[in-house]
Write a new protein. Structure first.
Ligand code: GLN
Length: 303
């Protein structure tokens, strides 16, 4: 290709550069040019024959090099669309996935339109799930937690950016700092990829925080913790919804079915309400498939 000079030629050039490293090379090239040049989608068409100034060219070349080296587009633009909300993302947060919209969609079918409803979003990351639910249901009250303060700062920015006044953020390792609070609904997209999974060394996930992706060698560790501890933290008939790996459906179902509180390994603040928990169990356990027809979400109701 002769040296690019116009906007459309630069897109062609960048798409070619990214061909080897991205399966959405052309789209990446366009998104990144919009980002560095402050263009809209329409500008890319209307201004196709415009010449790019040198400053813009070098900024574009720099992001294209980073993309070639594997940095996800969302970390380069600092933004990702989820449930029609433009969310800030940084390397401290997972990049929200389209399949997680299934969790939001399902939660919304279970949340009454008008009533007050207490929800906990555990491991909120960028706040994607909490923001989407809060936006759709202004009457709910959401506590969004994360172990990572850096992630919570991003969640807080997203909450403010979208003017949501029904979410509060709490730094907490799962339920650790939530005391005896009980909820009508608990939602979570916890880390569920086993640390030896080869997918962790490929593509965008290489740049995402381990804390958000993997609980260690056993991909079910955090799911198990959340399913067991939620027994204490759900109100009667409250719902727990968890995202999980496509190959974890049976094990997750087993965790929901097999879970009764033994009283062992329970943190002291929870012990008081534990006495009445020994007969609590999950009912109506259901698993739903994602856009790719893979089992992705399991939810159930507390007795
Ligand atoms: N769905 C993500 C992936 O496959 C993992 C997200 C998570 O662990 N919660 O990479």
């Amino acid at each position: 290709m002769s040296n690019p000079t116009t906007l459309s030629q630069f897109i062609n050039w960048a798409a070619e550069q990214l061909q080897q490293n991205s399966d959405s090379a052309r789209l990446d090239a366009k998104i990144l040019l919009c980002h560095v040049g402050h263009y809209s989608d329409v500008d890319l068409i209307l201004k196709a024959d415009q010449l790019l100034d040198q400053e813009l060219v070098s900024a574009y070349q720099q992001v294209i090099t980073k993309r070639q080296q594997g940095t996800p587009v969302a970390y380069l633009t600092g933004q990702k669309e989820f449930w029609s909300l433009a969310l800030k993302v940084t390397a401290d947060t997972l990049i929200p996935r389209p399949e997680t919209e299934l969790l939001v969609e399902t939660a919304l079918t279970l949340i009454p339109e008008a009533n007050c409803f207490d929800i906990a979003d555990l491991g909120t990351g960028s706040g994607a799930i909490a923001c989407a639910i809060a936006k759709e249901r202004p009457n709910v009250k959401i506590i969004a937690t994360d172990k990572s303060l850096a992630a919570l700062a991003v969640a807080q920015e997203n909450i403010q950016r979208h003017g949501l006044n029904n979410i509060s953020v709490v730094q907490s390792d799962w339920f650790e700092n939530l005391g005896n609070q009980q909820f009508d609904m608990i939602v979570s997209n916890p880390p569920y990829v086993a640390s030896e999974d080869k997918n962790l060394s490929e593509g965008d996930v290489r740049f995402e925080p381990d804390l958000a992706l993997t609980p260690g060698t056993n991909g079910l560790k955090d799911l198990k913790h959340i399913i067991q501890q939620s027994i204490t933290h759900l109100k009667t008939n409250g719902y727990l919804l968890v995202e999980h790996g496509y190959d974890q459906e049976q094990q997750v179902r087993q965790l929901f079915k097999g879970t009764t509180k033994s009283g062992k390994n329970v943190i002291p603040t929870e012990r008081r309400i534990m006495q009445s928990d020994s007969r609590r169990a999950y009912k109506n356990v259901s698993c739903l498939k994602d856009l790719n027809d893979k089992p992705r979400l399991t939810y159930a109701q507390m007795t």
